[in-house]
Write a protein that binds this ligand. Sequence first.
Ligand code: F6P
Length: 372
Amino acid sequence: MIKRIGVLTTGGDSPGTNAVIRAIGKSSQSQGIQLIGFQDGFSGMADDHFLELESSYFSGIITKGGTLLGTNRDLPNKVLVDGNCVDLTAEIVNIYNKHELNCLICLGGGGAQESARILMEAGLNMITIPVTIDNDIPHTDASVGFDSAMQTAAEAIDRLHSTAISHHRIIIVEIMGRETGWLTLGAGIAGGADVILIPEIPYDFKKISEAIFQRSRSGKRFSLIAVSEGAISLDSVLFFQKARKTSERLHTGQAENEIAQKLELIEKKAAGDTLHLAHQLEKMTSLVTRVTILGYVQRGGTPSARDRLLATRLGTACVNFIIQGNFGVMTAISEGKIEAVPIADVAGKVKSIPLDHAWLHAARQVGTCLGN
Ligand code: F6P
């Protein structure tokens, strides 16, 4: 018999998070289940910061951005305390037991899945819901927040278009997505971007400038480029491949590991260098080039109707899974149907854009340069 369940948000907030909390709250209440909301992710839970979520909390929040519970990026075994990373798994387990919970619901992206896996290993009943603007969670067609963020980014591209046309400039718009390009590709296509650069396809400066020249030849003296924050140039990828091989040849054991780790760090920094991209393209095309970094604007604001609907379906389905005793799963959506996917199949994995994805074909077919 399910009596008390907990819920928390972890990772970056997303439009629609509150709509998920509302759906969980209203449906658990209707089943006579009490809902405890832990504040500020796992560090807040370890400190037992909680709210008894009663019906008043759920009024008027379906339209509200952010998360009423607060959030951060701590994992249960990596909580930032006074600048140090501390393992608070045991404390979190104690709080779960203290509140006599039957299950803990974890809302978030990749970090939420990983955290749930850690706490399952510690013996807790866990269930997750994919909530991230990045849309990079495997085994679900959508995550809550993606649709709203895509709309925001597409609207920004629309606005940038008119000024790019007036000034005959290249405007580069950097869109969130360190590891995957879903948001950039979706918003880029919807906004009619001329060039779309994503982490999955390393870009070649020459191909981009050729595409811009081609546009100039056909009388278009402006270009709109949508770039993911994690997009990387082919030059950088090749350079790091070479550096890795050289290091493998010259070093062994500990030294090789250290160098490999450092190289990975530097490579991550080389990705997302949008200012360098702008500088290079300005040099190569002689067109004035400006950069707009959309940043956190994409995570804020009112969720779209589609996200509210998804949030309500996933939140209510999650409570049904709990009542059925179906723990250790992520509440997913596949081809319009709700599914329970084992957290073990999702944790630690990223859903990248497959190179044969229909969105990429469509973009190429309308003449968009993908940088390769
Ligand atoms: O929410 C996911 C995400 O938006 C990524 O696309 C982005 O790289 C990251 O969060 C930045 O988040 P923060 O600065 O809050 O850690």
